[in-house]
Design a protein around this ligand. Sequence first.
Ligand SMILES: Nc1ncnc2c1ncn2[C@@H]1O[C@H](COP(=O)(O)OP(=O)(O)OP(=O)(O)O)[C@@H](O)[C@H]1O
Ligand SMILES: [Mg+2]
Length: 528
Amino acid sequence: MSLQKILRLPKKRDSKLVESRFEPKRLSSEIPGVVFREYTLPEYPLVRIVLSDEKGNGCYTVVEPELSDEQKRLYSLLLEKLYFGLKPTQEMIRDPVKYVEENLLSIADEIGFGEEVRQNRDVLMYYVKREVGYGICEIPFRDPLVEEIECHGFITPVTVVLRGSEYPRLTTNIIFESEDELARFAEKLSERTGRSPNRANPIVEGVLPEGHRIAVTYSDEVSRPGTTWDVRKFPERPFTAPELIKYGTITPLIAAYLWLLLEAKRFVLIVGATGSGKTTLLNALLTLLHPHSKIVTIEDTAELKLYHKNWERFFTRKASYIGTKEIDMNDLVSVSLRYRPDYIIVGEVRGKEIATLVQAVATGHGGMTSFHGGDTKDVFTRVTGLVPELAEEFKSELAATVVIRRIQNPNTGRVERKVVEVDEISYEEGRTDVTPVFTWNFEQERFFLMDSKEDLTTEAAASLLIARSKQLQLSSQLLGLTLTQLREAFIERANLLSSAVKNGVVEYGVFSQMVVDYYLNKRRGEKK
Ligand SMILES: Nc1ncnc2c1ncn2[C@@H]1O[C@H](COP(=O)(O)OP(=O)(O)OP(=O)(O)O)[C@@H](O)[C@H]1O
Ligand SMILES: [Mg+2]
């Protein structure tokens, strides 16, 4: 994409005065209600982010630096040069913000305002970087605390969801004043995913260069009053299993249990409402798979991030007006079988592709997917509705469901993601048994393991699980381990995860090396 497209020329082209052709729009800095927190981002030290409460509603106010008339003139001249005076280079297109960071002063020298720009460097750098970045939404896009940015239409304030906040969403001071301004922003956003919306194709779903997922409805074709968009931000690197343990989403015992089922190539399904953390948990569990496994992932948008060497990524494709055929999840599950996968992972199943996935896992492939729903019962009902002829096979292949929810911590008031139940499914002669293996007890704020109401040591938990879990017993046969060996493997894994958390090993690279070492040592041990 050219810089011209990134910047977008303002409509007022008739102005003869170059100095005022580009005018930065400064956000209103009025802070509503009572301030309870304030911070800055390292790369934007001049901008304050103020969190406040107005009658129980959370507010996220971006307080930008003021600009003098002289600074506005320099800003316009710099953008004029960026827009009209530079030939687009690869470097500029790949990362326009970095390009501006590195070249602003030399551009200023070229236009003969080097000294003036140097004197006003910080303010100008912020506004120019903002312009080539995400415009008035730059700060929430860069703020790692923001996990979702939602634009409901022009004139209505953009809202954000903040990680670990007690407010489900916060209102910002970021407002698109007209449909035209908003539509142009949505075009810019979409183009960064390689797509361009128009009235014929008003819906865009894609992934931004930073890895964030976007959805856009363009103009008033399918949304009122007009354009809307939503950005799901992901941390720069995926959460690892120890990180989710640290945040209380899962425990070492839950992770060790699922790890063994996955290693035995059993079929595991994560179920939860929208935004409950399904994809994140799926990704974290994938980090536990043997580093040499061949994993095929199938998604609509590129959300999963793996570091396995043998990772194949497939994406669905919509039919286009120039005649390209739609490729759906079903097509991709079928083709993935030709790739000799150890695991087939479907980011999220919504339709009949569940049937093909079930057949794939029935032929000995490991599988994992996620599903929109409230609990295990929902999964059965929906799958029976979708593919009645395969409902029985589905239940007999499914080893466990993991139910995840966003819940409010009663002590801190913060919204957290929690696995509230892990159910084991056993299917015998037409009868399906659902056994809760781990259950989050809301009153006591701890997990119960099966029907044991007290805290168990890892060893005691392992003994109970091996004695009672049919899926673990089946996994021991599939892995060629005796029950005693499987019990040991469970303890080793739970201890490895606990020690990773204790020693602060949460970063992906370091933790995955720990997993590699674990598998290597095990192999060496077996050879002795
Ligand atoms: N355990 C967690 N702790 C903290 N933040 C989390 C956790 N799980 C997910 N998140 C954050 O919550 C947001 C939503 O997570 P995610 O995309 O995994 O949800 P989802 O259930 O897959 O949503 P959807 O149904 O829309 O696909 C992301 O920004 C993610 O980084
Ligand atoms: Mg998801």
